[in-house]
Design a protein around this ligand. Structure first.
Ligand code: PGA
Length: 253
């Protein structure tokens, strides 16, 4: 079975102590994950080592960075490179979250550079795509997300694209309490998979987990994840509450 993933995106929330307690509470629930199920915690940079050591003994639990710089190294004060993440044993990195695209002016071309650096350091990119409300209202969301994939990912060879995790996050659903319906989620996830299949073949496209993000909660995760092309979620708000994220992990197929 294709990998199913519950990924927490803490964003710029929680103190170190609160984060540690949250991880303790989630790990104390001892949710045994099947071989195809994974839980990933995308935490602020200063919490990565702590998170890594917290999840060390739990099978299929991982730490992730929320971002990395698009240049390899150099005079970029305040930035964190992929090589730095690799050197502390981080194996996953969120790339191109809509908040970074918006507030840090990240372009598809810049994200392609980040993706390449991740592969160079054996870090799996969790690549985010998704349309703003105006695009959804105009009905052109498919073209919009297809362009995001093509411009940032389709230069990759097959053996690399096969490793990627994609997160579809409609911007109008992030932090708004508005969730895509299961019909909307399944439709666009299936479309994304068909775009990948057209480039890399169906067999490869079928291996790539496509997560849904945007107001995933304890009470809607199971329904969303039950869609055949929805392989789990990237979760913001609800990942900050232990009981909620526990429920979301338990909702994985
Ligand atoms: P949300 O955030 O679950 O709070 O909507 C999702 C995300 O931005 O990854």
């Amino acid at each position: 079975m294709r990998k199913q993933i519950a990924a927490a995106n803490w964003k710029m929330n929680l103190t170190y102590q609160q984060g540690e307690k949250l991880l303790d509470d989630i790990l104390d629930a001892k949710i045994g994950l099947a071989a195809h199920q994974h839980a990933i915690f995308a935490v602020p940079f200063p919490y990565l080592l702590m998170t890594r050591s917290e999840v060390e003994d739990a099978k299929n639990y991982h730490a992730a960075a929320q971002n990395c710089h698009h240049k390899k190294s150099g005079a970029y004060t305040g930035e964190v490179s992929v090589e730095m993440l690799h050197s502390i044993g981080v194996n996953y990195c969120v790339i191109g979250h809509s908040e970074r695209r918006e507030y840090s002016a990240e372009t598809n071309a810049m994200l392609a550079e980040k993706v390449n650096l991740c592969y160079d350091s054996h870090i799996v990119p969790i690549f985010c795509c998704g349309e703003p409300l105006a695009i959804r209202e105009a009905g052109t969301q498919n073209d919009f997300v297809a362009a995001q994939l093509k411009e940032s990912l389709f230069h990759l060879p097959t053996d690399k694209i096969k490793e990627i995790i994609i997160a579809y996050e409609p911007i109008w659903a992030i932090g708004t309490g508005k969730t895509a319906s299961t019909g909307q989620a399944q439709e666009i996830h299936q479309f994304l998979r068909s775009v990948i299949a057209a480039q890399y073949g169906e067999e490869n496209a079928n291996e790539i987990p496509i997560l849904y993000g945007g107001s995933v909660k304890a009470n809607n995760a199971k329904e969303l994840f039950s869609c055949p092309d929805v392989d789990g979620g990237l979760v913001g708000g609800a990942s900050l509450v232990a009981a909620d994220f526990i429920e979301i992990i338990k909702s994985l197929k």
